[in-house]
Design a protein around this ligand. Structure first.
Ligand SMILES: NC(=O)C1=CN([C@@H]2O[C@H](COP(=O)(O)OP(=O)(O)OC[C@H]3O[C@@H](n4cnc5c(N)ncnc54)[C@H](OP(=O)(O)O)[C@@H]3O)[C@@H](O)[C@H]2O)C=CC1
Ligand SMILES: O=C1CO[C@H](CO)[C@@H](O)[C@@H]1O
Length: 359
């Protein structure tokens, strides 16, 4: 389904995310960016010129209250997300807000509560969930192709320094967990829900930001997720979703993938004649090895799906389709999960085993 109405978007922010999002949005036929806002009228005006946007404002507030804006995109640094989302919702404007959705689960809950009270649409810009391959993977998992999900493993690491990317090393504007960890955690929360126990530890840099974070999420069902995020070292940036009847390996970059592999597994059959005739440990080893071989023989169907442009437009299309249908939330990225992602991050940042690092 694609939205029929033409929606006018107002962009808050003029940085990297705002630029990428605006380019993506401008590739959609039914969306127009009509206004951009910044804390500096010069930055807003330059952004408007380079993206052919008709109006620029030197405040975010003017965009939110502009009569020519139907939907607000919050693309500023995270400490401003709460305030800007609340202002937009108060003004009755649907909001799409960058990740991390807020600075804490408490802030996210406040936004979600106001959106609910005012019946205004609000969604975290977790663009990964709307990338075509992720949509395909979701539908396979929902139809039971790999059975019940018991484990998710995902990492996202970039090799950056405080000089190459100061925002990432700012304890409030970045940090490994809030900036990159949201993607692995979002995947775990999507397929396993809110964990019953979070065991994440962080290594903090001299500037106070967590530069590396890793650990596990545990569920009463016995399911376990492992997550890793790093802003100072590149990691494979891959993900694996494991079910009782198979697994899906999402190739790099796991947050906007185009390739994956699905493997269907089977329960190893009874021991073969030859292994039955052997005795002791060697027979057992032979039996397990041949079972593994049989499983691998059943494996390995490639999944591939490209995406158009920079991929940021799919989340915007979701917002507009939800509005067409009169919804105040997306079922693919519900606010309850944005809150859960931040609960996990809050717990991770509180972890007792803080390790200092030179980075
Ligand atoms: N979805 C994605 O792929 C990506 C998402 N992000 C997310 O987007 C948000 C912005 O990140 P990004 O665009 O990379 O950051 P940038 O540093 O490139 O831009 C930051 C933006 O926030 C505004 N801002 C307001 N107050 C401050 C302040 N005190 N210090 C710095 N900037 C400020 C800036 O100014 P002004 O508006 O006044 O011009 C600018 O618009 C973050 O939440 C980040 O996690 C980031 C990268 C990619
Ligand atoms: O969210 C993000 C997605 O990827 C970017 C790098 O390509 C990050 O910098 C960013 O914060």
């Amino acid at each position: 389904m694609s939205s029929s109405k033409n929606y006018r978007w107002g962009v808050l922010g003029t940085g990297y995310a705002a630029r990428e999002f605006t380019s993506g949005l401008q590739s959609l036929e039914n969306a127009t960016v009509t206004a951009v806002g910044s804390e500096s009228s010069e930055r807003a005006s330059n952004f408007a010129k380079s993206h052919s946007i008709e109006t620029s404002f030197g405040t975010y507030d003017e965009v939110i209250h502009s009569d020519s804006v139907d939907i607000v995109y919050v693309g500023t640094v995270a400490p401003l997300h709460r305030k800007l989302c609340l202002q937009a919702i108060e003004a009755g404007k649907p909001v799409l807000c960058e990740k991390p959705f807020a600075m804490s689960a408490a802030e996210a809950s406040e936004i979600a509560a106001l959106a609910k009270a005012k019946s205004v649409f609000c969604m975290e810009a977790m663009w990964s969930r709307f990338i075509p391959l992720m949509v395909d993977i979701r539908s396979r998992i929902r139809s039971g192709e790999i059975g019940e999900i018991v484990s998710v493993a995902a990492d996202f690491g970039l090799r950056q320094t405080p000089l190459s990317n100061p925002r990432l090393f700012h304890p409030e504007q970045g940090g490994a967990l809030r900036d990159l960890g949201v993607y692995p955690i979002s995947l775990a929360v999507e397929y396993l829900g809110m964990p019953d126990d979070v065991r994440i530890t962080c290594a903090f840099g001299q500037g106070g930001a967590d530069v590396r974070a890793g650990g596990s999420l545990h569920y009463q069902t016995g399911a376990i997720a492992t997550v890793m995020a790093d802003i100072s070292a590149a990691t494979p940036t891959v993900a694996t979703i494991i079910g009782t009847e198979g697994f899906i390996e999402i190739q790099s970059p796991m947050y906007r993938p185009t390739r994956a592999k699905i493997t269907h597994t089977s329960i190893p059959g009874p021991a073969t004649q030859s292994s039955k005739s052997r005795s002791g440990v060697s027979a057992r080893v032979h039996h397990v090895a041949s079972a593994v071989k049989r499983q691998l023989l059943k494996s390995g169907k490639s999944l591939a799906a490209g995406y158009r442009g920079n991929g940021y437009q799919y989340q915007a299309r979701e917002v507009m389709e939800c509005l067409d249908r009169g919804l105040t939330e997306s079922s693919t990225m519900p606010l309850s999960q944005s809150i859960e992602i931040l609960k996990v991050i809050d717990l991770g940042l509180l972890s007792k085993n803080k390790t200092p690092t030179d980075e």
